[in-house]
Design a protein around this ligand. Structure first.
Ligand code: FAD
Length: 459
């Protein structure tokens, strides 16, 4: 006999918990199922722990530069990795436990621990229990991809989950993958004191960004003593005593990098391979992403997919936005859609990259007549005063409509500054609105109106 609910949420990532509480608050009998740790990737081995670790790494970095600011630290700077990890664990625990308590304290909401698999389109099995519902909301997220690279099993590489248990300083960390996750860990461990090599298959790190951004990131990283091996092909691993040899076969330089540890950061895969989607008839693409429409409905009536597992976003804010879209449609009579949202994210290296809308490369490809403004952070008073002048800001606008097309802001506090542009984009207002705004001095954001007064045709 199946236990009957009005709605079942599978997974407690960044969409599921809020949705479960909202549905329960609307009077539905709801169950939420979690197989591992409450809060999913972001809380346990994604955003929250990495940004907590980035904060420790930045503190070490600033302390080492204390002399630049006229501050003398008598002893040399040391990083206590056990304390760094303990601090991270405390922040993670508070978030995960807080979330769990919130769910358990919610009326009409049953919290079930275990792995859920669809038995058919109306029922899921969790261990011996069969649960039935009219509506299912899948929020199962993803995990680090483990490609079958030569010799990989010999070297037990770390990934974004297992690296969370590291409470020591790797002597030489080799990061495979120079994209968002890899770059954050690379800079963090360099600042903790490890030797770090990034091995990237593409021609530049963060290769989805514009070339000038990628090149600037490379310069910043190399300036901190991070080795970057680009155009790596036929990556292979070999255990050599207590060391790890990574064959990179790059176009130039030594073909093998010897390190103490390997961190694999080569993408993510959705957690849909063991969900029984085939029993419910839910359509997935060839990479396993659940196919959804603009309002996050799957092909099976009553079944929705939210967050990373639907392939429509790969961030906490996109997963949370998915929750808002589903809740608005089901409960508020507000027909919100995925296509209403504007691309926005940050890369949490230091200085951070804040991104909104199109890249310059995308604008060029679109054929739109555009204007561009660029300003190095050396010409930003707020950055100069803080002694952090790496990076530059770039804004693109449509020459005809005057709407902002996109921005890439690489510089101190740019993960926050980007929102001044993003909100004007959401308001669908012309850039002249922000150009006339009076911003506060001395901030990084105060230069945005100035930049918009310096727009030139995109050649
Ligand atoms: C290192 C790293 C850093 C990141 N930093 C950022 C950042 O700074 N900003 C940002 O916006 N994003 C960041 N992200 C991405 C962000 O973490 C994810 O986009 C976000 O967590 C997606 O959430 P989700 O709701 O899709 O699912 P997830 O958070 O992945 O959660 C899914 C949950 O479902 C559970 N589950 C899976 N299968 C089942 C099943 N069959 N039965 C029951 N439960 C199941 C899992 O155990 C998990 O708890 C980062 C990711 C990584 C890896």
């Amino acid at each position: 006999m199946a236990t009957k609910y009005d709605a079942i949420v599978i997974g407690t990532g960044q969409a599921g918990p809020s949705l479960a509480v909202r549905l329960a608050g609307a009077g539905m009998k709801v169950a939420v199922i979690e197989r591992k740790r409450f809060g999913g990737t972001c809380v346990n081995n994604g955003c929250i722990p990495t940004k907590t670790l980035v904060a420790s790494a930045r503190t070490a970095h600033v302390a080492r530069r204390a002399g630049d600011y006229g501050v003398t630290i008598p002893a040399s700077i040391a990083v206590d990795m056990k304390k760094v990890k303990a601090r991270k664990d405390t922040v993670v625990r508070q978030s995960s436990e807080g979330l769990q308590k919130w769910l358990r304290d919610t009326q009409n909401l049953a919290v079930i621990e275990g792995h859920a698999r669809f038995a058919d389109a109306h029922r899921v099995r969790v261990g011996d229990e069969l649960l039935e519902a009219d509506k299912f909301f899948i929020n199962v997220g993803g995990r680090a991809s483990m490609p079958a690279l030569r010799g990989i099993d010999e070297v037990s590489p770390l990934n974004n989950s297992t690296v969370m248990d590291v409470d020591f300083l790797p002597e030489h960390l080799i990061v495979i993958g120079g994209s968002y996750v890899g770059l954050e860990f690379a800079q963090m461990y360099r600042r903790f004191g490890s030797e770090v090599t990034v091995v990237e298959m593409g021609p530049l790190p963060a290769k989805r960004e514009d070339k000038d951004i990628c090149e600037n990131i490379k310069t910043i990283f190399e300036g901190e003593g991070i080795n970057i091996r680009l155009n790596a092909e036929c990556i292979g691993f070999e255990k050599r005593g207590d060391k790890v040899a990574v064959q990179v076969e790059c176009s130039g330089g030594d073909k093998t990098v010897i390190g103490s540890h390997v961190l694999l950061a080569v993408g993510r895969v959705p957690n849909t391979d063991d969900l029984g989607v085939e029993h419910a008839g839910i359509e997935v693409d060839k990479r396993g992403y659940i196919q959804v429409d603009d309002q996050l409905r799957t092909n099976v009536p009553g079944i929705f997919a939210l967050g990373d597992c639907n392939g429509r976003g790969a961030f906490t804010h996109t997963a949370y936005n998915d929750y808002e879209i589903v809740a608005a449609n089901l409960l508020d009579g507000d027909e919100r859609r995925v296509s209403d949202r504007i691309t926005a994210y940050a890369l949490y290296i230091d200085p951070p990259l804040g991104r909104a809308g199109m890249t310059e490369a995308e604008v060029r490809k679109s054929g739109l007549k555009a204007l561009i403004a660029k300003r190095p952070m050396t010409q930003v008073g707020g950055a100069r005063e803080k002694g952090e002048t790496d990076g530059f800001m770039k804004i693109l606008v449509d020459a005809e409509t005057k709407k902002i097309l996109g921005a890439s802001l690489l510089g101190i506090e740019c993960d926050e500054v980007i929102h001044s542009l993003l909100d004007v984009m959401y308001a669908n207002a012309p850039y002249t609105v922000i150009q006339r705004a009076m911003h506060i001095h001395p901030t990084v954001t105060e230069l945005i109106p100035t930049m918009l007064g310096e727009l030139k045709p995109l050649e």
